[in-house]
Write a protein that binds this ligand. Structure first.
Ligand code: SF4
Length: 687
């Protein structure tokens, strides 16, 4: 919960490599060619291999595709490409049985493997349930026996959107259902003495995905023979920055928890693009292992002890956690007004950015502030709501006055930051919020109480500058100050830490506040140290997105070397990915695979261009009718591949237009959105 240690899992073999145990976290990708097209598939595998991809998955819809894996494998091995291959199976037990003759690992979906009923939403009695399970067991056991015979490992890969009717009837479409679906198959494996398994629990909803993996680990480690490896991924993450941000948040949140042995970043792009993103996500954790060796893992004996203690099963133990790891609840905070915007409680988290220019730069400062706060835009548009200006000395106070005069009405969006406590009182008279950066807690406490009267006007944010202090130091200092100020009756307070280790520092902070029943709002601040754009997207998404997914945070402030537009866009992408502030359309688009028979990337780009402004709407863009409708989960509208150059359109789960031509499908989707009253005309909504 408070520092990184990786969960030690059973090592599982994938042909020439292993994963789990003390092995590095492996990066996987998946081809999107037709598996019957040997030349195209081999060529894409070669490009993935050259990009460094460690595991390559191929879709296997039919027995014929399975048979063709032989040709693909032979050609690759002939070309000295020995990357382990994974056969991805949905529904077809016959395809699975054939495929595992030619691959190193097989992925089955417990939601549809050997299922007799396909998404009919039938009611299952207890007897029906057992009967269906027995049918699955008899089918599945044949695959398990053959996998053992061929030395092939197996991923039991649950997807949120494609649970079996049997599971949904008992557990609903929930993380609990996802976990039970996987455990049913794992029990069959263990009963037959087959232990070469790993799990995945994917969802396009980042929060659901995180919760499902955590729950699987809790339940699986308590029940199964071994702690099995995990393959992590956010499914249907989309493309571009949004896809990268969502993937980094979901995968990174679990890696921070010490969970995960292999990952796949699913992008609706060329699969080769997934590889560098995957390596950028796992780098920090693999580097940690290089430095710390085996000490970087939680020893198995601790897992056994926690299994015996059922450490977080009791209500008392859960009460002490800074958040509920298994279900989303936003941290309870008080609501305060900054300018005319509410912050905290159940209001959407606001975004603050820091001015790069110094106050002495006069007109340049004014221009930069106007660009950031863009006061002409609506309150909920994508733009920085507050801009922080640095005030270092008394001379800066006059410069600040000049700036505020020039800004007129817009001056209310300015907040000031200083580390000089003597400037606190004058600043509190001038701006909406003052951030006081502190390092020495105790001495500051006394000084602060002398300076702070209750007649002050602005809100005060106390911010600990966390450089190399332990994770618990800022938490204890700030909680101590907060307690004193609360006793004085000071209400307009916020707290934050500027840190490059936000996940663990803020968890400590929340725990320290909870212990003292303090509910002041928190500003999540993160300052990384990279200038690389991809690394910036990833570390900010992991470190702040994880917190928002767990209900922690009332404002977001990033410190990056990106342009203003890019930084603000990243902040909003993180809040959207955590589903706490929807500022544009949510796209749930799959990466495509051998089941896709239309131009998925082109259609996605076209749909995004025309509908990205429909705030709050969710649009699923899925490559195939086999898995698409289930996996686009809670999308309001769906654009789903239905055959060669054919598309079916959905409203919710209902198919309303079948097999229309790809050429007219995007226009039909727009018309459908209009017919259903969900269209608004586009207004300028970016900075
Ligand atoms: S939904 Fe997309 S990725 Fe999944 S099987 Fe269908 S085409 Fe392939």
């Amino acid at each position: 919960m408070y520092h990184y240690r990786r969960r030690l899992t059973r090592e599982v073999t994938f042909g020439s490599i292993q994963l789990g145990g003390y092995q590095p976290i492996r990066v996987e990708s998946m081809t999107n060619t037709h598996t019957m097209d040997t030349a195209a598939t081999v060529e894409q595998c070669r490009r993935l291999y050259e990009a460094g991809c460690e595991i390559i998955r191929l879709t296997v819809p039919t027995e014929k595709d399975a048979e063709n894996l032989r040709n693909i494998r032979d050609q690759l091995r002939c070309d000295r490409i020995d990357t382990p291959l994974v056969a991805d199976i949905h529904f077809s037990a016959r395809a699975a049985l054939k495929a595992l003759e030619f691959v190193e690992n097989i992925r089955i979906n417990p939601g549809n493997y050997a299922a007799r009923q396909k998404f009919t939403n039938s009611e299952y009695s207890a007897a029906d349930y057992l009967q269906e399970l027995e049918h699955v067991r008899l089918e599945f056991i044949q695959l398990v026996e053959k996998a053992r015979q061929y030395g092939v490992s197996m991923r039991i890969g649950t997807n949120h959107g494609s649970l079996s009717d049997r599971i949904v009837s008992r557990y609903g479409n929930s993380p609990e259902g996802m976990v039970e679906a996987a455990l049913e198959f794992a029990r069959i494996c263990e009963d037959t003495g087959y232990f070469d398994i790993l799990f995945s629990m994917k969802s396009s909803n980042v929060r659901v995905m995180i919760q499902a993996y955590r729950l699987l680990v809790q339940k699986g480690d308590a029940e199964l023979h071994y702690p099995y490896p995990l393959h992590l991924g956010v499914t249907e993450a989309g493309d571009g920055d949004e896809g990268r941000v969502k993937s980094a948040m979901g995968i990174g949140a679990l890696l921070e928890d010490g969970l995960g042995d292999t990952i796949r970043v699913s992008l609706t792009e060329d699969p080769v693009n997934e590889v560098p993103v995957g390596f950028a996500i796992v780098k920090k954790y693999n580097d940690f292992h290089l430095v710390n060796g085996d000490r970087g893992h939680i020893p198995l004996k601790h897992l056994v002890e926690s299994r015996n203690q059922k450490a977080i099963d009791t209500p008392h133990a859960q009460h002490q956690l800074p958040f509920n790891p298994f279900s989303y609840q936003r941290r309870v905070s008080s609501r305060i007004m900054l300018a005319d915007l509410p912050v905290g409680a159940d209001t959407v988290p606001k975004v603050e950015t820091e001015l790069h220019a110094s106050l002495s730069n006069g007109d340049a400062v004014f221009a930069e502030v106007m660009k950031r706060i863009a006061p002409e835009l609506p309150q909920d548009a994508i733009r920085s709501e507050f801009t922080s200006v640095r005030v270092n000395n008394p001379a800066d106070l006059e410069l600040l006055d000049d700036l505020l005069d020039k800004l007129g009405e817009s001056a209310r969006f300015i907040v000031a930051s200083t580390s000089d406590i003597s400037l606190l009182v004058p600043l509190l008279d001038k701006v909406t919020k003052v951030r006081l950066d502190i390092v020495e807690g105790e001495q500051l406490g006394k000084d602060l109480f002398q300076h702070l009267g209750n007649d002050r006007l602005a809100a005060l944010e106390l911010c600990f500058m966390h450089e190399h202090a332990g994770n618990s130091v800022p938490a204890e200092v700030l909680a101590h100050l907060a307690e004193k100020l609360q006793k004085q009756g000071v209400q307009r307070l916020l707290f934050s830490v500027i840190t490059n280790n936000a996940v663990f520092v803020y968890r400590r902070l929340v725990e320290a506040f909870n212990r003292r029943s303090l509910n002041y709002p928190l500003v999540v601040r993160f300052k990384g140290d990279t200038s690389n754009r991809l690394e910036t997207l990833i570390e900010n998404s992991v470190q702040t997105g994880t917190l928002f997914c767990d209900g922690i945070g009332d404002m977001l402030a990033l410190y990056t070397r990106l342009s203003v537009d890019d930084e603000v866009s990243l902040a909003f992408n993180i809040l959207q990915g955590a589903r706490i502030r929807m500022s544009k359309t949510e796209f749930i688009s799959c990466p495509g695979c051998g089941r896709t028979y239309f131009e998925l990337e082109k259609a996605t780009a076209s749909i995004k261009e025309r509908t990205a402004h429909l705030k709050g709407l969710k649009i699923g863009i899925m490559g195939c009718i086999v898995n698409g409708p289930g996996e686009m989960a809670d999308a309001d509208f769906g654009y789903v591949g239905a055959g060669k150059n054919r598309i079916s359109l959905y409203v919710g789960r209902e198919c309303v237009e079948e097999n229309i031509s790809e050429l007219e499908a995007v226009n039909r989707l727009i018309a459908l959105i209009k017919e259903r009253g969900k269209w608004v005309d586009q207004v300028k909504a970016t900075i």
